[in-house]
Design a protein around this ligand. Structure first.
Ligand code: KG4
Ligand code: ZN
Length: 355
């Protein structure tokens, strides 16, 4: 089954053709990073307009790279939520129009589900199915907007067992990067700069009961530590702090912050595994899953020795892309999910607390 996956939830315009949820035939991603690097963050209105400019060439290229015609496509999957409203509208309207024009079933796919299903993309259908995660599993979803632990007893079954009470970990990477004067997007910049002493600055772990997270305090702890280090009062403008930091201090702060953020995630996952001793796999998903330190620590802590196997998406699939939407859509179809009516408004982006 060939699925065209379309993703426009934030600042990547993406489309891909995926066979049977596991094999990528094409994967086209046009990133707006260059536009937003200048501003230090995403401007939603500009993001939506940029999607509009490239959406058609992007899905056309996905089809031509896959050497597919519309006759070959069995279904269309599109991200409907969560994300930036204007950005989501471009993707969902495109997908609805294509579904009507080419008479294809249309599936509305949740963005975080797609991130999780990036872990099922094995490259080729010939590769052994045992390369795929086993159920029940725990998914650590770490992106720019979300930080969640999901319990998945089977395909397309998700129970949120932990979530952030304030900021997402990716957002925290981005904000700390700003304090340190590192370029947008902050996550990869921090990872690159984190060559200093990770024990140089003590940053406290939040005291949140159970499996929930909190990252707003860590962000403030970095800010206060930087202010203390450079000897200015807390009223000093945070965007000017970077001018007072030496390169070595930036490297030490980046390393100390990254270590703390990763340890907070790992500690909660340890607790989640203790509470769910039946799990066979741990899956890490979302933009922050590209972080090498996180990959290393999760692999060390949750290894085969504990009877748990650990999965990360291919680095090229950890950020937003259409292939993961195609994969998630395939497993939705296999689980009996019905297509949506492209004429109705039922896949308009839904912005709610749950999403
Ligand atoms: O999943 P994603 O591409 O978009 C959302 O769904 O939000 O995640 C983007 C987030 C950003 O906060 C970005 O800074 C972070 O992922 N990120 C990283 C790394 N690469 C991207 N964070 C830490 N280390 C990285 N290597
Ligand atoms: Zn994402």
């Amino acid at each position: 089954m060939l699925i065209l996956g379309i993703e426009t939830s934030c600042d990547e315009t993406a489309a891909a053709v995926v066979r049977d949820g596991r094999e990528i035939l094409s994967n086209v991603v046009v990133s707006q990073i260059d536009i937003f690097a200048e501003y230090g963050g995403v401007i939603p209105e500009v993001a939506a307009r940029s999607h509009l400019e490239v959406m058609i060439p992007v899905f056309e290229k996905a089809l031509s790279d896959a050497k597919c015609s519309w006759d070959d496509i069995d279904a269309i999957g599109v991200t409907y939520a969560p994300g930036l409203l204007g950005s989501l509208l471009i993707g969902t309207l495109t997908a609805r129009t294509l579904a009507i024009l080419h008479d294809k079933p249309l599936y509305a796919v949740h963005h975080l589900k797609s991130h999780v299903y990036a872990n099922w993309i094995t490259g080729s259908l010939e590769s052994d199915m045992s390369n795929c995660p086993l159920f029940p599993l725990l998914a650590l979803v770490v992106s720019g907007g979300h930080t969640q632990i999901l319990y998945m007893p089977g395909h397309n079954q998700f129970e949120i067992i932990g979530t952030t009470r304030d900021d997402a970990v990716g957002e925290c990477f981005d904000k700390v990067a700003k304090i340190l004067g590192l370029p947008y997007p902050g996550g990869p910049s921090i990872a690159k700069a984190a060559t200093g002493d990770e024990n140089k600055y003590f940053l406290p772990h939040p005291k949140v009961d159970g499996l929930d997270f909190s990252f707003s305090g860590l962000k403030t702890a970095v800010l206060r530590a930087v202010q203390k280090e450079v000897g200015v009062p807390i009223s000093y403008p945070s965007h000017k702090l970077k001018e007072l930091l030496s390169e070595q201090q930036v490297r030490d702060f980046a390393a100390s912050f990254q270590k703390t953020a990763v340890e907070i995630l790992v500690e909660k996952m340890k607790l989640a595994i203790e509470q769910h001793p039946d799990v066979k796999s741990v899956v890490v998903a979302g933009g922050v899953s590209a972080n090498e330190k996180l990959r290393k620590r999760v692999s060390e802590v949750f290894s085969f020795d504990n009877g748990v196997s650990v999965y990360f998406p291919a680095l090229s699939l950890s950020g937003d892309n259409g292939a993961m939407v195609g994969a998630a859509c395939y497993y939705e179809i296999q689980s009996g999910v019905k297509p949506v009516d492209p004429y109705k408004l039922n896949i308009y982006p839904r912005v709610s607390v749950e999403s």
